[in-house]
Each structure stands twice: as structure tokens, then as C-alpha cells.
Design a protein around this ligand. Structure first.
Ligand code: SF4
Ligand code: SF4
Length: 183
């Protein structure tokens, strides 16, 4: 059966009318900031105090856009006759966000919780070279990393907290014993 002349136009107008009466979902960025989920992949923050320069993140990055330089430092023996130890000292840590594809592999593989996602995304530059963020800038992003979600109240106590609590209890008991001995 041939379509009624003008039915297509009527259908189109009906869709237009329906859409016009609905609430708009368009947000007027940058006047209105978007409501982003807390784990949005905006930029990567470096908590350099936790970084042991193990190089895992740089090796696993598919884009080879993490640049790390370091040197070794010798730590004198803790006891007389003991062995000296050496540790890595970070000289440079940079991420080139013009190459990064935001896969999150570096954050996943870091064994020492030194890398985190921040939802900040407003760091566009007019010069591509400025998209390489050096360690100070990466450290600054840490201030914008949201706090982790609260633990499930029924969850098992994390091992680190249990160990810290036991140590604190032992210390308190030893101090109490020493005090009793003095009296
Ligand atoms: S998010 Fe992916 S691409 Fe970006 S620095 Fe990390 S590992 Fe490399
Ligand atoms: S994986 Fe973590 S600890 Fe190792 S170099 Fe990268 S940020 Fe540092």
C-alpha cells in the first residue's frame, strides 16, 4: 500500500515536538561542570613517596610514555660489621599524556600503590611538549585523587591495619609493664 502523502513529515514533526517538550540533557560546559564518576580516568597522579623505582609501570606501558631516571645510593650498615645496602633514588618520573591512551595498566601493575587516577581532565595545552608532566606536576595531581570508597562493614580487616594494630597493642603492653616495674 502506498504511504499517505505527508505522513513522513507528520511523523518527523511529532518526533520534534516530543523532543522539545522533554528536559534537555545537554550541559553547558564549561559553565556547568560535568558530574563525573569518582574513578574517572582523567589524569595520573604520582605518590612518589611510595615509588621504589621498580620500573614495572614503564616496562608495561604499551605506549612507552613513562620516562624514569634514577641512581643508586648506598645505605651504611645498620650494625657494626653488617652489610651495606643500596637503594634506588628517583631522579625523573614523567608521563607524556600526548601519547598515553589511558589504559590504566601502569596503575594496575604498580606493586607499591604509587600511581592513581584523578578525575581532573582540564589540562589541554597549546604546545604538545607541555603534555609531558614531570614528577612535580604528577605529585600535584595527587591532591585531586578522591579518597577510596569505604570498606564494606562486613569485610575482613585489611592485613596492614591488623598488623599495625597488633604492633600498637604490643607497644602499649610493653610500656604498661615498664611503668609497673618502675612503681
Ligand atoms: S595509562 Fe596506559 S598508556 Fe597511559 S601511561 Fe599508563 S600504561 Fe601508559
Ligand atoms: S611501578 Fe610503581 S613503584 Fe614501580 S616505578 Fe612505577 S610507580 Fe614506581
Amino acid at each position: 500500500m502506498a504511504p499517505i502523502p505527508g505522513s513522513g513529515l507528520a511523523k518527523g514533526l511529532a518526533v520534534t515536538l516530543r523532543t522539545m517538550t522533554r528536559k534537555s540533557v545537554t550541559k553547558q560546559y564549561p559553565d556547568t561542570q560535568p558530574d563525573l564518576p569518582p574513578r574517572t580516568r582523567g589524569v595520573i597522579g604520582l605518590f612518589e613517596e611510595n615509588c621504589t623505582v621498580c620500573m614495572l609501570c614503564a616496562r608495561e606501558c604499551p605506549d612507552w610514555c613513562i620516562y624514569i631516571d634514577s641512581h643508586k645510593e648506598t645505605i651504611p650498615a645498620a650494625t657494626p660489621g653488617g652489610r651495606e645496602r643500596s637503594r634506588n633514588v628517583l631522579d625523573r618520573f614523567a608521563i607524556d599524556f600526548s601519547l598515553c591512551m589511558y589504559c590504566g595498566i601502569c596503575i594496575e601493575v604498580c606493586p607499591f600503590d604509587a600511581l592513581f587516577w584523578s578525575p581532573e581532565f582540564e589540562y589541554a595545552e597549546t604546545d604538545i611538549r607541555d603534555l609531558t608532566h614531570e614528577r612535580d606536576k604528577l605529585r600535584e595531581w595527587m591532591w585531586t585523587v578522591p579518597a577510596p570508597p569505604a570498606l564494606d562493614p562486613a569485610a575482613e580487616e585489611p592485613k596492614e591495619i591488623a598488623a599495625a594494630r597488633k604492633t600498637a597493642e604490643k607497644l602499649a603492653a610493653a610500656q604498661a609493664e615498664a611503668k609497673e616495674g618502675e612503681e
